[in-house]
Design a protein around this ligand. Structure first.
Ligand SMILES: [Fe+2]
Length: 278
């Protein structure tokens, strides 16, 4: 296995083949798992990858069981003609963690870029390494966050759920703390389809806007946020328990098509924050 490694900023690792026509399966699975563990975001670029969706699923199943949705194992992230939810629109997607509204929380996402939107059209996937954020923040600020929790409600085609999570919680398998936060979309943004419900506890009601703006400024700071600008064929692994992720808006009509699979991991996590899902 002959690969070139490049550190991404402010976190993550880019893995590229040295020789042309290197197939993605030649990158050892245990090696990829070790990189996810240490880097939290791993981008495989320039490899020969998958013929189709089934081929992508077979590759992912080598890693762990996959989360199954009403639509199956692969989410096709493409713009719908008349979207009922922001996921299928070209709008931005607020930072969140996957599985927050489902009965199990996946350990890792695997994305495959079937068609990149084109760099000039944006549409990057945004990632924040919350372990790194907490390590850098002043201790008194972190301790001021530790009594705060958020309640989220969201109804869409695949679920109708309520979740309540402390802002700071321990990683389910590791000894470090992470941030669990689903950023509320700007309340006066009429173009954002299907606003989720959001309530903060531990912050006086009149201070909610200021608190959210302050937290968002930290998460979106250049030294905390990595925006992955897609190239066709990219395969990206992201550590869902440590990172938050979202999406930039993109040009309507740009040919963006990303496939996403969620790996449940070696020890599937029953969602500790879910109040109900129906
Ligand atoms: Fe997501």
């Amino acid at each position: 296995m002959n690969v070139k490694l490049t550190k991404l900023k402010p976190f993550g690792l880019l893995v590229e083949p040295v020789e042309v026509n290197t197939v993605i399966t030649s990158v050892n699975k245990e090696y990829v798992e070790r990189l996810i563990d240490t880097e939290h975001l791993v981008v495989l670029r320039g490899f020969k990858s998958f013929r189709d969706s089934d081929d992508f699923v077979s590759y992912c199943e080598e890693f762990s069981a996959i989360s199954v949705w009403p639509f199956g194992k692969v989410l096709e992230l493409v713009v719908h003609e008349t979207p009922k939810d922001h996921i299928f629109d070209n709008s931005y997607i607020p930072l969140h963690w996957d599985g927050m509204y489902r009965s199990q929380v996946p350990a890792t996402q695997v994305f495959h870029c079937v068609s990149a939107p084109g760099k000039e059209h944006r549409g990057g996937t945004t990632f924040v390494n919350t372990k790194q954020v907490l390590e850098k923040l002043p201790e008194n600020y972190v301790s001021s966050l530790s009594d705060i929790s958020c309640t989220y409600t969201r109804k869409m085609e695949y679920y109708d759920s309520k979740t309540q999570a402390p802002l700071i919680t321990k990683h389910p398998d590791k000894e470090y703390d992470v941030i669990r936060y689903c950023e509320p979309p700007t309340s006066n943004d009429a173009s954002f389809i299907n606003h989720p419900g959001f309530e903060l506890s531990g912050v006086p009601k009149e201070d909610t806007t200021q608190f959210v703006e302050g937290l968002n400024a930290i998460l979106y700071a250049d030294d905390n946020l990595y925006t992955h600008r897609w190239e066709t064929g990219d395969v990206v692994f992201s550590d869902n328990h440590t990172l938050l992720h979202g999406r930039e808006s993109f040009t309507k009509g740009a040919p963006r098509h990303i496939r996403r699979v969620q790996l449940l991991g070696k020890k599937p996590l029953d969602n500790p924050h879910l109040i109900y899902t129906k």
